[in-house]
Design a protein around this ligand. Structure first.
Ligand SMILES: [Zn+2]
Length: 85
């Protein structure tokens, strides 16, 4: 996941509630923001799409996010960011 983090610009505030892996443009990466320690961990969106389905809503999946640093789970959110080219 560290490789994705380097390829990313600042997190994009345009986050649509209805966003799914299939509607997210392919030059975007998906990350998880911890509400407690504010760490952002960048995820493999294609792996997530395989596991939960391309039409899975990111908002609906956010309760599954757990912070790898402080183990916080409730309140964590997905973030999206455009990849650097
Ligand atoms: Zn955390």
């Amino acid at each position: 996941m560290a490789t994705a983090a380097k390829a990313v610009e600042a997190a994009d505030p345009r986050f649509d509630q209805a966003l799914t892996f299939s509607t997210l443009p392919e030059w975007y990466v998906v990350g998880a923001l911890c509400c407690k320690c504010h760490r952002t961990g960048w995820l493999d969106r294609y792996d997530l799409a395989r596991r939960f389905g391309k039409r899975a809503s990111l908002v609906n999946l956010s309760p599954r996010l757990r912070c790898v640093v402080c183990n916080q789970k409730p309140g964590n959110k997905f973030v999206i960011a455009r990849m650097k080219r």
